[in-house]
Ligand binder design. Sequence first.
Ligand code: F6P
Length: 548
Amino acid sequence: MNTRSRLDRMPEWAALGKHREQLGDTRLRDLFAADADRGAAYTLRVGDLHLDYSKNLVTDETLALLRELAAATGVAELRDAMFRGEKINTTEDRAVLHTALRAPRDAVIEVDGENVVPGVHAVLDKMAAFSERVRSGAWTGHTGRPIRNVVNIGIGGSDLGPAMAHEALRSYTDRDLTLRFVSNVDGADLHEAVRDLDPAETLFVIASKTFTTIETITNATSARDWLLTGLNAGQEAVAKHFVALSTNAEKVHDFGIDTANMFEFWDWVGGRYSYDSAIGLSLMIAIGPEHFRAMLDGFHLVDEHFRTAPPERNAPLLLGLLGVWYGAFFDAQSHAVLPYSHYLSKFTAYLQQLDMESNGKSVDRDGRPVDWQTGPVVWGTPGTNGQHAYYQLIHQGTKFIPADFIGFARPVADLRPRLVAQHDLLMANFFAQTQALAFGKTPEEVRAEGVAEELVPHKTFRGNHPTTTILAEELTPSVLGQLIALYEHKVFVQGAIWNIDSFDQWGVELGKVLAKRIEPVLLTGEGTDALDGSTAGLVSVYRTLRGR
Ligand code: F6P
């Protein structure tokens, strides 16, 4: 039981509410006009990330009040407890130590009196040795041929992280290796992933923390069937073509995978915080151990920043506070993350699990209902595609949508000069959008262009849409690690303020249980009557359409 008083009864919360009223319809135009240095003053540097938060609806007073809220809600104390390995995931009685996954070799981080860092590095070393064997062709399949294809089978945190990072770091990958990701229990996913692969050259990486997740075990079983049929071989072929990433050695063994080919992690690594653990093996095979280590160093850099930077200069704290501010006092329901990099095409999908599975909660850590907004809907796709789709709604719709814009000064390596030249056009759009969102276009400005009066309202841009800009030189492995750690800790800050357990995910359980009950009904029809009226009707239609 934590004894913290309810957020909405705290004087710091009330002070923010009053301040919000005073701000009224304060315009970003006015804030910039009143302070020529605002752009520079509201900028932070963290590692390689240049973070400009000046286009947010905040003043010095707002920021001070938000920091007071962070202090009163014990964000720093909870952060320190997390880094110390205390069991801050109270509903699962677990430590939350993804930060240990990127700690240097000589760090000491204890869980239940045991230093976990040597174990982390032992697994990283084992992953590196294995990756090198696959990459060099030394690891051969059942028929003696080297592995050319790697298929990662996992879902949620056992898929999204490595899949996102593989896309993000594509230019760092060994292009002679094919890496694919299968997550959906829809058989089409596995079908499409393996249809043009030679089983003799294919390695399956079965990624599942629990090794009980139905989608993953079903796909892994079908993959084993595909492999053994294709090779016309028996169970003995599995050892050369299947490895497991898991915390559950028993289940891995039961599946038929040699536990010598299991890469371990621990219950203090949450699924959505796990891609820098053994769950990153397929990524490491693709980019090589050195780039993987550079990525871990990027994570660690931001961990240290979060742990030690003063509140005024603490980037994850700031981003978390901005989200709390908009959710509570502007009724923001969603948050857009808009990367201006083709390679970050899966970045927002990754953040959806990180943020929404962590902070999509409606009871506090003591189980009492919350009366305040918690995690937002996170969404977005890479620019400039979104500009020709949903940006209209952000600019002129009725919703209030804060957004993060993420861009890079340089395109990633090995583009043809002509394509390199396109980068300025991409980034011109990047800068233009945050400008348009912040400052809009007044009716007077529209009229001054000679626009007919009846069209003036249609061509006016209200502006005042808050954005945060994150700019880095180039999307390197380290920069990717820095970005992910930034968002991980932002999510942490928000959960701490909202007083929710950001590290459990009970909300995914009910659907799993019901699916297990419904599956036999689909097959036999028995039990249809016991279902609710809608589901019973749908199941009957489904069975008829399937010819049952
Ligand atoms: O969606 C629920 C969840 O438990 C996620 O938190 C997790 O990332 C995913 O399922 C996969 O779980 P596992 O790695 O145990 O297969």
